[in-house]
Ligand binder design. Structure first.
Ligand code: SF4
Ligand code: SF4
Length: 366
């Protein structure tokens, strides 16, 4: 890694212009429907400058801040998986014609996406999804194409919400690997770390000066302050075995009484990857599309084997979700499926907090 650089705040538009000039479609935080969500931007004016978010279990609001920073928020309901593993994908199409049916496979056109504003926990989530979709015998070629075409600009968190527990999952709040460029927003500009040769190629023509010791100290202070704000903890010691030896604990019933099986937690989770495939005919039945859509282990139909659901009650579906995420994911992929981003807590309409449930079910409060 080369020495850190400094990008004065007034020159942030130059970085964006450089990405656009290289043909990247830039995806970044924006404000839409009173939330900070990821969307295509054309200008730094589209960023949520001067806004932050307020989060609690089952609660999310955005509000103006007293400063004019661009990235002074935590994470919203979107994650980058919607670009790398889109919610709806067309796999193939069957078309009826005079000569009978013809079949074609479909793949989305390769796009060069630049992700601006990726948090440390989100880098960890991308790494987890890489393992799911790229490792092993079966590679998801669509995911591979999208992932290889993407340019990642991480941004270190300057604030943590009460729902963040990245320090417990060893995934944040500081970005350490997995980025092309990493920014730390200081009072007068961005402390810039280069993480790849692609990052170097993008930043080189901007002729940035080296960061000073003062910039470095300010960045270190910001990292320490953010760590100190992470107040939620999950004791991960032997968590797999603690959970798996408490599968019949009565507390699963108590969480099932509150859980609406609404699927929100799985939709907002940056690592959940379940999907289903269905055939969708056109109204005149001359075209049938095979589509892959996000699905959730909270959906009754998702548990169907031979047409019969095997997890009939909410208790068994919640237990499946939690034990897969925090326990059997280790058996499957050699690591936890949770990066501690807190989205499932914020966006649960009844405020169920998986860290509280784990403590209730198998102890280990930290
Ligand atoms: S389980 Fe919850 S906290 Fe963990 S990665 Fe998914 S959304 Fe984030
Ligand atoms: S835990 Fe919350 S978000 Fe998840 S399915 Fe149940 S009610 Fe919905």
């Amino acid at each position: 890694m080369t020495s850190p650089l400094f990008l004065p705040v007034a020159e942030l538009p130059k970085l964006l212009a450089r990405l656009l000039e290289l043909g990247y479609k830039v995806i970044a935080p924006t404000i839409d429907q009173e939330a900070i969500v990821y969307s295509e931007i054309q200008s730094v004016e589209d960023l949520p400058r001067g806004w932050t978010d307020e989060q609690e279990p089952g609660h999310y609001r955005i509000k103006p801040t007293s400063n004019d920073r661009y990235f002074d928020y935590v994470v919203g309901p979107h994650s980058w998986k919607k670009y790398l593993f889109p919610p709806l994908q067309l796999i193939s199409r069957a078309i009826s014609g005079e000569e009978g049916w013809t079949f074609e496979t479909c793949s989305d056109a390769p796009e060069q996406l630049a992700f601006l504003g990726v948090r440390a926990c989100e880098l960890a989530a991308m790494k987890i999804q890489d393992r799911v979709f790229l490792d092993g015998a079966y590679v998801d070629t669509g995911y591979q194409r999208r992932r290889e075409g993407s340019f990642v600009i991480a941004v270190n968190c300057s604030v943590a919400s009460p729902n963040c527990f990245c320090t417990s999952m060893n995934s944040g709040p500081r970005c350490k690997t997995g980025f092309d460029l990493a920014l730390t927003e200081l009072d007068d500009g961005m402390f810039v770390e280069v993480g790849s040769s692609r990052g170097q190629d993008v930043i080189e023509p901007l002729s940035l000066h080296a960061a000073t010791t003062q910039h470095l100290n300010s960045a270190e202070n910001l990292y320490a302050r953010t760590v100190s704000q992470v107040s939620k903890h999950l004791n991960t010691d032997d968590l797999r075995n603690r959970l798996m030896s408490n599968l019949n604990d009565g507390k699963w019933d108590s969480v099932a009484e509150r859980c609406l099986s609404c699927t929100n937690c799985t939709m907002v989770c940056p690592t959940c990857f379940c999907s289903h495939v269905s055939e969708v005919p056109s109204l005149d039945e001359t075209v049938v599309e095979r589509q892959r859509k996000w699905d959730s282990c909270f959906n009754l139909e998702f548990t169907a084997v031979h047409g019969t659901p095997v997890r009939n009650d909410v208790r068994s579906r919640y237990r499946q979700w939690l034990t897969h995420k925090l326990a059997t994911w280790h058996d499957q992929f050699g690591e936890s499926g949770c990066v501690g981003c807190g989205r499932c807590i914020t966006w649960c309409p009844v405020g169920i907090d998986l860290t509280v449930e784990v403590n209730a079910i198998c102890g280990g409060e930290s």
